[in-house]
Ligand binder design. Sequence first.
Ligand code: LLP
Length: 448
Amino acid sequence: MFFRERSGDCRYRCGRKSLWKLLSMHHFAYKDGVLHAEDVSLPRLAADVGTPFYCYSTATLQRHYRVLAEAFQGQDAVICFAVKANSNQAVLATMARLGAGMDVVSEGELRRARAAGVPAERIIFAGVGKSREEMAYALSEGIFSFNVESAPELVALSEVAAGLGVTARAAIRVNPDVDAKTHAKISTGKSENKFGIPYLDAAALYAEARRLRGLEVSGIHMHIGSQITDLAPFRDAFRLMRDLTLELRGAGHEIRHLDIGGGLGVPYSDADEVPPHPDAYAGLVKETLGDLGVRIYLEPGRMIVGNAGILVTRVLYAKAGAGKRFTIVDAAMNDLIRPTLYDAYHEVWPVSEARAGAAPVLQDIVGPVCETGDYLALERALPPFEAEELMAVMTAGAYGAVMSSTYNTRPLVPEVLVNGGHYAVVRPRPSYDDLIGLDRLPPWLSRT
Ligand code: LLP
């Protein structure tokens, strides 16, 4: 069966896997024979907004935030949603209403978070290459803290803050040289990765920070990677954070907050390894860091928004290849690049429930872009989709729309947010004039 994962089915199974399934449950399910986002039918949405489009579920976003917040109840913890995972204003505003802070990595993301109503004091600015202009802007906004990733960046932050006559609060990102056992392109905590400073250099840099003007370095930051499905690397990293906190305190530094990053994985398919449950993750944080008297900052992205979003696409053509079928759809690698970039697996669900029961045939789901790497799913046993049929590419809410491009001059696809029986287009499809109008002809080529 290619179709074991309907959200309703898991409710009645038991065991660790189904427990996490229940907790990671989303609100995309079949009703009256068609797939719905909460109470809104996807064929209706497709008729109203056209395909392809991203569709997000408010109830799912809220659920995941609450599961995490409840797991950390009783600990002094702040959840800062990683804006890079999904930066639509409507998603950020939904998070902000729940009380989330935000982890931003550019002035653009900071502006998005502020525009969505996130208080500056709940914003952390991370990233390996902040410009001085970005630092100045973040200081003028009064954000909570910077996560600094190198000695020269620390000097730059000191100069910018002192120049403005303010104090920048900061944590130093330490690279623990821990293998997160995730895809190489999203593993960040190994010594060969560009992130943070080597663990053994940390004490010297904290000492140096004390000599610099305009800084209050009172935190430690770590983030070891994304889509992590095992607690062990977290345990190793948190233990190192603990040791470093004690060592730095011993050297007279006041360490008041630990930013433990994001990275908790989500199940993309039944065959996947089961990611740790948020309760187990929170338990580990308590066990390893709980007695330090620090405030914990979390930077989750994927686990909040991953399966709160889908990409809905329509079949253009089905053609027989040598030994397999090619189902050509109107979404492509420019709309969802994860399969191409990370060999990522996304489940594909027919929008018509009747089709879900059809005998599966081996096929590639491919887009119109002129590259062999343009696919959404390879060698899958799926129903024999025909022209005009709709399908949903699941678990596309994180790192989907945000990583899209206009390659092949394909307009960015719209985003829709559903809430119960209501929906709103939260990013409209741009027109071709909008798209082409971004270019300018130089005077020597101008027709006027
Ligand atoms: N904090 C920092 C410093 C990060 O670099 C990241 C993600 C996060 C938090 C959030 O991680 P999450 O909880 O979402 O795993 N485009 C890739 C993922 C890149 C992740 C980059 N950093 C993908 O589609 O899988």
